[in-house]
Design a binder for this molecule. Sequence first.
Ligand SMILES: Cc1ncc(COP(=O)(O)O)c(C=O)c1O
Length: 454
Amino acid sequence: MPSTSQLTSEVDKSGLRPFEKSKQIFEHNRKYIPGGVMSLPRRADPELAFECAQGAYIWDADGNRFVDYHAAFAPIILGHNDPHVNRAVADVIAQRASLFGSGTNSLEGKLAELMCAAIPVCEMVQALNTGTEATMAAIRLARGFTGRDHIIVMQGGFNGSHNDVACNVLTPLNVIGPRVSPGEYKYIPLGSGVPAPHSQLVHIVNFNDLDSVGYVCERYPIAALVTEPILQNIGIVKPQPGYLQGLRNLAEKYGFVLIYDEVKTGFRYSLGGYSQISGVKPDLAVFAKAMANGYPISALAGKRELMQLIADANAAKRPFIAGTYNGHPVSVAAAIATVERLMEGDGAVYRHMDRLGQKLQAGIESILRARGITGVVARQGSAFCIYFMDHEPRDWHDLAGHHDFARDLKMRRSMIDKGIYFFPVETKQCSISAAHTEEDIDQTLNALEDTLQQ
Ligand SMILES: Cc1ncc(COP(=O)(O)O)c(C=O)c1O
């Protein structure tokens, strides 16, 4: 790991850092990898290549150290390369566990038992590898259970990259049109390659809008409603009081399966997930990201009545849910170790992150006030987003119509130049980890003060 504890490269004439070695690596990689990067949403301006990470910090190829709030799009909850998690991974390799691809093992049973004990909605659990696989499996299970095809998803929600859900996140208002309620929006795919007829099964409504859910349920046989309980792919957009209970009531009334996509909310705020915090249980929930502090694993969890269908004796009733790498011992060991760390001291990690979150939020709000800048911090525990608007958004149209996107992007770029890594794409949510310290928060606030002064 480079020994440097700060930025090494000098700013250029435009006042920005050149990030020379990152540029060279990108140029090389572009010859062999589309866009130069193995997952295109990771590419942003500035184009950075990272070399290593420890705790709250990441180092780029030029040796610059950043306080990391990106957390790899949110999995990093304990800090990068947490020693306890890494030891568990090293141990499982030393014990010569392998991907047997046959039968079961006690490790996967241990993880499943831990999850069933910690997460109220989790009566049974199935491990997969990614959030995308988990929402795909949840929707398939819901369709198999109800015998219906249509689903409801949220405008501004992101639930993975398969055809059912790869749509309508940061949709420009001139594409999506004005706010509609009660009603639904057109399916706008996130890219090409989605067969047009498929979109007829997917209904997009506003978050926090029960009337629109009722409207769609009156017109189509709905198998499932999939929602992040907090929309965290457009920052932090929280459910209004009563909204999740309203969804629960509509699920009972119309017989659809209520699915929480807890890929980002799960494990981040409490071991029991956001369903525990809100007190409103879905029928199924999917987890990933913070579950294993960065190792690839996800989980589909839920009511026994539904989950048992995965192994139903009647093949015609059984949804096909399988995967070569499901329950890989390395990821399972990492998940168990992460859960163990999160359980330490009766949730000490959560209390630490929340304290830092409070300090950061208070500091940012005071800087905004002192400079007369219109802005709010939307925060849940360790996750937060700064919006340059006068209230916390309640749905995508509210956000898109009021937030100053240009200022947001400029702020992020300037923070990077000051050694603070806010991912440089507007409204991307930031995450604090257990490894962050009061000093990191102070450094972040100083950088923001300088940034907004500029
Ligand atoms: C809420 C949510 N669901 C699902 C996914 C898809 O997860 P993955 O990228 O692991 O497929 C993401 C990814 O960011 C997400 O934020």
